[in-house]
Design a protein around this ligand. Structure first.
Ligand SMILES: Cc1ncc(COP(=O)(O)O)c(C=O)c1O
Length: 463
């Protein structure tokens, strides 16, 4: 019986496959021999293969444009990149080479856009879609960008009171959007998303606050469901509900012309998974077209905000196996030179699986192992994949260490783990206050550090 790692992979999956190949027992990622990188830079190592970002954007644009043509869809497709997936300057600047727009999630994101404007990477005609529950600072930043000529900035109202701030502080007229609070998939503990305005409230809200208000032009209806774009009854029923709201609103709001279906286009987290993007996106376009035609309403232009899809597959995280520990008759641990918990926090936080492959020793026999991170935490481990509840890797030998890579790790991991002090959605670290008692027992207070500011955050991200 063949027991080599390479045989296991070739018998289990179609291999080689897009992005992955093996030459002389060593792994190539998008044509890059990874062992060369390891020899040059050592481990642990986080790599970003930048051309993948552009090719993903071009793929989505091509599929949407083909679907638009096939369906005689009288509207356009707008790709906006959801910056929170990865705010790094090298990611956003690569994405911006592809004639795209941006979606923001918090106050500092607007500082990020301003930095890109100063560098000539973003111009005032681009769409800046502003999502999220907005603090006053975020709202003020949005209005500053609008004042500085961004006519296509669209704050997407997350809640009804949000509009009051703009009403009070806005000079001139601004485009706005409304986010539908989608019903969550039944597996969640809550029924309706905390983000957005309830389906049933949207028409009344429009009539009372926007219809005859010279300050606002309602342009966009926004819809995003947490589970992403999937071929499930739940997804299609939520999408169809959103299209119905669009149609009802369009009938009374002539300025409305964009539907935004958010992010959530899945990426490969296992070698067995391959998504039929053509089918899914064609069905989305068809669903919008069919309903609009039967209601005799012009079709909307379509916006998406793909985050993981844009940047996820460009990333990989490489570790060395430092040693093997056999803790009982059946449990074998490969101890790596880093922490999974702090480098790839979704593994710990949401049981996320990534593509896991060795970089070398593909000709070696394989064995079942647990991967142990360097931190002391019991949760710092990895021992199952998307297609099976176990992990197999080549056996170790004396010749050279085994190197392993987690692939398609390019989205969210740095911000959630707080790389260098950055934060998820760029929500700043709070002010730190030390409270003590002096020798008389009186309270003393000392500010250890101020709340994080945009400059500090953006510096970490390469701006
Ligand atoms: C409003 C909105 N748009 C886009 C995204 C991006 O999702 P993804 O990275 O799955 O494409 C998210 C993710 O939470 C979101 O909340």
């Amino acid at each position: 019986m063949k027991n080599r790692y390479i045989d296991l992979i070739e018998q289990t999956f179609y291999f080689p496959q897009e992005g992955f190949d093996v030459k002389d027992g060593q792994l190539d990622f998008n044509g890059v021999p990874l062992m060369d990188l390891v020899r040059e830079y050592g481990t642990p190592l986080r790599i970003s293969y930048l051309p993948k970002i552009s090719s993903q954007i071009q793929k989505a644009k091509r599929i949407f444009n083909e679907a638009i043509k096939e369906n005689n869809y009288d509207g356009q497709y707008f790709y906006s990149y959801c910056t929170k997936a990865s705010h790094f300057s090298f990611v956003v600047e690569e994405a911006l080479k592809n004639d795209i727009h941006l979606e923001t999630s918090s106050a500092f994101d607007i500082n990020l856009v301003e930095n890109l404007v100063a560098k000539g990477k973003v111009n005032t005609s681009q769409f800046i879609i502003c999502n999220g529950f907005k603090t006053d600072q975020y709202k003020a930043n949005i209005l500053r960008l609008h004042k500085n000529g961004f006519n296509n900035i669209i704050p997407v109202l997350d809640n009804k009171p949000e509009i009051n701030y703009y009403q009070q502080h806005l000079d001139g007229q601004m485009k706005i959007g409304i986010r539908i609070a989608a019903d969550e998939e039944p597996k969640y503990e809550f029924y309706t998303s905390r983000l957005g305005i309830r389906y049933s409230d949207i028409i009344d809200f429009y009539k009372q606050n926007i219809e005859n208000n010279p300050k606002f032009e309602l342009k966009m209806l926004h819809f995003f469901i947490n589970t992403g774009i999937k071929d499930t009854t739940y997804y299609w029923s939520e999408l169809n509900k959103a299209i119905k709201v669009y149609i009802a609103l369009k009938k009374i709001c002539p300025s409305l012309e964009y539907i935004n279906i958010g992010g959530g286009l899945p990426i490969r987290h296992g070698l067995h998974s391959d998504y039929d993007y053509e089918y899914m996106l064609r069905e989305v376009v068809k669903a919008i077209k069919t309903q609009c035609d039967s209601s005799e309403v012009p079709v909307p232009h379509i916006f998406t905000e793909f985050g993981s899809f844009t940047v996820g597959e460009s990333g990989a995280t490489i570790f060395s196996v430092l040693n093997e520990k056999r803790q009982n008759d059946i449990e074998d641990w490969y101890m790596i030179d880093g922490s999974l918990m702090t480098t790839l926090p979704d593994i710990w936080g949401m049981s996320q699986r990534f593509i896991l492959l060795p970089l070398n020793k593909w000709e070696q026999d394989y064995q079942k192992v647990n991967i142990g991170g360097l931190s002391c935490d019991i949760g710092d481990y990895y021992n199952s994949e998307t297609h099976q509840h176990q992990v197999f890797l080549p056996e170790l030998d004396e010749k050279e260490p085994l190197y392993i890579g987690f692939f398609h790790t390019g989205a969210y991991q740095e911000s959630i783990s707080g790389y260098g002090g950055t934060k998820h959605c760029l929500i700043p670290a709070p002010k730190v206050l030390l409270i003590n008692r002096d020798e008389h027992g009186n309270l003393t207070k000392e500010v250890f550090s101020q709340e994080q500011n945009p400059e500090a955050m953006l510096k970490i991200l390469g701006y």
